[in-house]
Design a protein around this ligand. Structure first.
Ligand code: LLP
Length: 417
């Protein structure tokens, strides 16, 4: 679907470190929109496979699990599994999807954060049925609740290293009290875990969207503090340092130097006699999808133009929730000849936060135009909702295969009596 961009660094696997919105085949995106309607996710599984290969090349000896929450689509899960990754799951629903997509039970980690009883019941049932999965617990209460259910399988303790990193306050987890056992209680909880379970490892996650120098410095501090805790605990099969590796959302940003992250991980953890595990989500899927939307309203106002589009925060929540930047491209061969204007791209939801950008210089849009939003593959479809009773969009491959059909109005009421 796209040519590797010669400007981008490659890392020996032959694929560029980032796929830009400009690299997507514009004519093909227009055809797909005409055939499948908009809003439309277009997900390129080949790019997911390339990202997996690049990540593997940077961490050749690590145990790698994909953070399913970034994109739990069946086709994505199968692609990641075929690339040799395990699955890190945040809920019973994700564990179920991973098992259905063919991940072996022993390649599944369930990261239990305040786990609902129903989730624990389901996970313990799968374990009884033979899935040799690992449960990662972040509170002593969860150990009690697993014991009550007769679970004595593989268990990993999530620690709170007191250091976080990430693109937004809402996604920095490393120091948030919600996540993991506080450093001063780790010994006690690990002793408890060793007594009744097959205790295998320590886990920590700094946060999501680590990208700039400051993030990398915070991430290194995080790694050092995880290493310190792991050295104290000793006798570990693995130390899992989570996910968080970011991607460039702005076209002017360079891709993250994955080797720099790998070097930091090696330097900070090499003294430990334990395997290293990582669980990337965003890095593997973000640039593998775009969201295509059609302009239905063009409203000139004082200093700008408001382009009303048929996708909204229900289809791609990140701008509304984190003020996240997503590149926007007008899919028109004559785009370059159009006058540039400050454009606010706004969705159909009755919320002022339902905008994808405000006053961004873009070619002046016209009614009927198609716009593509880049880096929609991670936490895009996955965070979609049906708020305002808007059905969720379809998701297709560049070849036109339907990965997820569009939700219908009838689907919206299917659960109601
Ligand atoms: N492991 C754990 C325990 C996590 O909580 C997460 C993400 C990951 C791995 C994967 O992190 P990644 O490699 O994707 O950064 N919705 C937000 C991101 C929330 C991330 C939650 N945890 C966003 O759209 O930016």
């Amino acid at each position: 679907m796209s040519e590797p961009d010669a400007d981008e660094p490659t890392d020996g696997t032959g694929s560029p470190g980032a796929r830009r919105l400009a690299d997507w085949n514009e004519a093909r995106l227009r055809e797909l929109a005409a055939e499948h309607g908009t809003p439309l996710y277009v997900t390129d599984l080949d790019r997911v496979a390339q990202n997996c290969a690049r990540f593997r090349a940077a961490f050749p000896d690590a145990s790698l699990r994909y953070a399913v929450k970034a994109n739990a689509g069946r086709a994505v899960l199968e692609t990641v599994r075929e690339a040799g990754f395990g699955a890190e799951c945040a809920s019973a629903g994700e564990v179920g999807r991973a098992l259905e997509a063919g991940f072996g039970g022993d390649d599944v980690d369930y990261t239990a954060v305040n786990p609902p009883a129903r989730d624990l019941d389901a996970v313990v049932d799968w374990w009884r049925d033979g899935a040799d999965l690992t449960v990662t617990v972040g509170a002593a209460d969860t150990l009690d609740r697993l014991r009550e259910r007769g679970y004595d399988g593989r268990l990993c303790v999530r620690v709170n290293p007191g250091v976080g990193a990430g693109h937004h306050e809402k996604v920095r987890t490393g120091a948030a009290a919600k996540f993991g056992v506080p450093a001063e209680r780790v010994d006690e909880v690990v002793a408890d875990a060793r007594a009744d379970f097959e205790f295998v490892g320590l886990h920590a996650h700094a946060g999501s969207g680590i990208h700039d120098e400051a993030d990398l410095a915070a991430h290194r501090e995080f790694l050092a503090s995880v290493a310190e805790l792991a050295a104290e605990v000793g006798d570990l099969e693995y130390v899992n340092v989570g996910g968080g590796v970011g991607v460039p959302y702005r076209e002017t940003e360079s891709p993250l130097d994955l080797d720099a992250v790998a070097t930091a991980v090696r330097e900070e953890l090499s003294a430990l006699d334990a395997a290293v595990a990582l669980e990337p989500g965003r890095y593997l899927v973000a640039d593998a999808a775009v969201l295509v939307t059609r302009v239905n309203t063009v409203k000139p106002s004082a200093g700008e133009v408001v382009a009303g589009v048929d996708a909204g925060m229900t289809d791609l929540l990140r701008p509304a929730m984190y003020d996240a930047f997503h590149a926007i491209r007008l899919l028109d061969p004559g785009a370059d000849e159009r006058e540039e204007r400050p454009v606010t791209v706004a969705g159909p939801i009755c919320e002022s936060g339902d905008t994808f950008c405000e006053g961004r210089p873009l070619p002046a849009p016209e009614r009927g135009d198609l716009l593509a939003l880049g880096n929609a593959g991670a936490y895009g479809y996955e965070m979609a909702s049906t708020y305002n009773s808007r059905p969720r969009p379809a998701d297709v491959s560049p070849e036109g295969d339907v990965l997820r059909r569009r939700e219908s109005l009838a689907d919206l009421t299917v659960l109601e009596r």
